[in-house]
Design a protein around this ligand. Structure first.
Ligand SMILES: O=c1ccn([C@@H]2O[C@H](COP(=O)(O)O)[C@@H](O)[C@H]2O)c(=O)[nH]1
Length: 605
């Protein structure tokens, strides 16, 4: 782990179940390769993962079974280690490549900005030349304009120890928000292609599908059906991402899919047992068993699974990678403190609105002060932020350069339409938050309205709350110890048994025993797609009432422009179009937010 990272804490553990084929899975790491320095639960880093994989590979060799590593994209955007350099990713590409990954694919975050897609093509694809798979993604060369597959369409190889024949695919969901230097082919079209139809007819002991696709999304069902139609008995395993949750599902008795969370909090584990080698198997219908484990990225857990300790666990290679990360973090000055958060601010651990909701803080304190255009400062405005623009909680204590990108990594700017009649503008937020029911987004070519919210809500549609969840005290105030997780053994509920550490308590289709560490519950409150701040409105009169202005400036994050224009159409503003939209203030929202923190939060914690 990194210097200064929270000391790992122990928890009651569940073992890894080994099979003939075993797979470690990372997804949606979003630049968190230095680990979670503020959270004891997830504070191991990419170097520790390199050591972990080295030990498990040795175990696999000793047992004569196989271990593969896979990664399903969204490796960038979301942490200072990637975002704080100029150009972005100056250190990340060389750090990431140090892990040996057998099959990897692209996420949507590698494609939002043309420059990110260029770097993916220029660096990560060649760094993993034989292993990178791009089944439905093309890249357009900026110089020649030539369109070609981002990487090989599929990968066929044999495993090291059992010589299992693997046919692997690498997919991205039907993403439409990519910059114009890539082309994402809808999955339904890809599976009709001649090359795919040929690939699923290859001799395979097992098909492995890695993809930046939620395991319950239609795209994966379509791929499963296409492979299964051609291969009645061959096992098919899927590794999914994008939705930021831990999840597992079996599409039938000879297939299995897992999703392994987000932000390098989780290392997914899947094992398949049974007679996998077709030539050796007397019956292709012989029973298979699948196991999954969601490994907390916690050093103590990694020691536990390898039977090692702090002196025997780090390998030379792993140690060197941790050192390279520490050097990069230092050069990027990621620990530079901009101000001290007076309390924790949660995304989903508290309801919105709430004093400790990050969205209430933005609505009441930040947006009113940063959404100010010098030339229009006297004009009342409605300022709309999509909740998905915020990526992580703020913990009480130092708000650093790293925290900046952890909370707000995107290059979003504030746009506006001037002088919109109030009765039209005020309906927009209602429509954005109830879009599915009111606006037919898909038929207007506007993406699914759920993309405005946080990715977790693609999977979680209703709040999940527990009577014993401990993120709030009974007086409604957030815990104020500055850490998301409370170390095991530091306290007990009644002076008896030590309290469990708060963390994932996953329930998937297989059951409730997926997490490697036993945790206490954390609440998850569903948040709206968007929140709105009313800024510069006339002050209330003595009776507490005031009439709204006739017109307002409608200010919003550029990311939600398509939905805002559609909502305006539905609320009586059908004449508005992209031509009416201008930038409202200079600078990205991230810069504005940090400016606010520098001004408003004390420097000394
Ligand atoms: O500029 C942007 C880009 C993305 N978002 C939000 O992020 C999610 C996608 O997150 P994943 O990690 O890919 O699942 C998107 O739906 C938006 O909510 C954004 O707000 N601004």
């Amino acid at each position: 782990s990194q210097p200064g990272a929270a000391t790992p804490v122990a928890a009651p553990m569940r073992d890894l179940v080994w099979g003939k084929l075993n797979v470690l899975h990372t997804t949606d790491t979003h630049g968190w390769h230095g680990g979670h320095l503020q959270e004891s639960q997830y504070s191991a880093d990419w170097g520790d993962y390199v050591s972990f994989a080295e030990h498990l590979r040795r175990t696999a060799d000793e047992q004569g079974v196989d271990l593969l590593l896979v990664d399903t994209g969204d490796r960038v955007e979301g942490n200072g280690l990637y975002d704080a350099s100029s150009p972005k990713g100056q250190y990340y590409y060389d750090i990431y490549r140090e892990q040996h990954i057998d099959i990897l694919s692209t996420g949507n975050h590698e494609l939002y900005q043309a420059s990110t897609a260029d770097e993916e093509h220029r660096q990560t694809v060649p760094n993993f030349r034989d292993n990178y798979v791009a089944s439905n993604l093309d890249y357009i060369d900026p110089k020649t304009g030539e369109r070609s597959p981002m990487a090989q369409r599929y990968r066929k190889f044999q495993t090291k120890n059992q010589k299992l024949d693997i046919v692997a695919f690498g997919f991205l969901f039907d993403f439409t928000g990519n910059a114009n230097n890539t082309v994402v082919q809808p999955v339904k079209e890809t599976i009709q292609e001649e090359w795919f139809q040929g690939a699923i007819r290859e001799q395979a002991d097992i098909f492995v599908v890695v993809g930046h696709v939620g395991v319950r999304m239609q795209e994966y069902k379509d791929i499963f059906n296409a492979i299964r139609k051609q291969n009645w008995f061959t096992p098919i395993i899927f590794f999914g991402g994008h939705v930021h949750v831990r999840d597992a599902i079996a599409y039938d008795s000879r297939s299995f899919a897992i999703a392994s969370g987000r932000y390098f909090e989780t290392i997914g584990w899947m094992s398949v047992n049974g007679d996998l080698k077709k030539s050796k198997a007397p019956s292709v219908e012989a029973a298979l068993s699948f196991n999954r484990r969601y490994i907390d990225n916690n050093l103590l857990g990694l020691y536990y699974h390898t039977g090692l300790n702090d002196s025997t666990f780090p390998t030379e290679h792993g140690r060197n990678v941790s050192t390279a990360i520490a050097k990069a973090r230092k050069e990027l000055d990621l620990d530079h403190n901009f101000g001290c958060a007076p309390r924790d601010y949660w995304m989903t651990r508290t309801p919105y609105p709430h004093d400790s909701s990050i969205y209430t803080w933005l609505e009441k304190e930040v947006l009113p002060e940063v959404a100010v255009s010098p030339s229009r400062k006297d004009i009342p405005r409605l300022v709309i932020l999509n909740t998905g623009a915020i990526r992580f909680d703020i913990f009480k204590g130092a708000f650093t350069r790293d925290t900046t990108y952890i909370v707000s990594p995107f290059l979003s700017v504030l746009k506006y339409i001037p002088d919109v009649p109030y009765d039209v503008a005020s309906k927009v937020i209602v429509l954005l938050n109830n879009a599915g029911q009111i606006m037919n987004v898909a038929s207007d070519g506007v993406p699914d309205a759920r993309f405005m919210a946080i990715p977790e809500q693609l999977a979680i549609h209703e709040s999940i709350t527990y009577p014993d969840a401990a993120s709030l005290h009974s007086d409604g105030k957030a815990d104020s110890d500055g850490q998301q997780q409370k170390p095991l053994g530091t306290g007990s509920k009644d002076g008896g048994e030590p309290s469990l550490v708060e963390g994932y308590t996953t329930e998937d289709d297989i059951g409730t025993d997926g997490d490697d560490a036993v945790h206490s519950n954390i609440n998850f409150y569903v948040v709206p797609n968007c929140i709105q701040a009313e800024v510069g409105f006339p002050a209330s009169d003595e009776e507490g009432g005031s009439s709204p202005p006739d017109t307002v400036d409608l200010v919003f994050f550029d990311f939600i422009q398509p939905w805002v224009l559609l909502a305006l159409k539905f609320s009586g503003g059908e004449d508005y179009s992209a031509k009416d939209i201008q930038q409202y203030v200079e600078g990205t929202f991230t810069e504005l937010m940090v400016g606010w923190i520098k001004e408003n939060w004390p420097k000394d914690c």
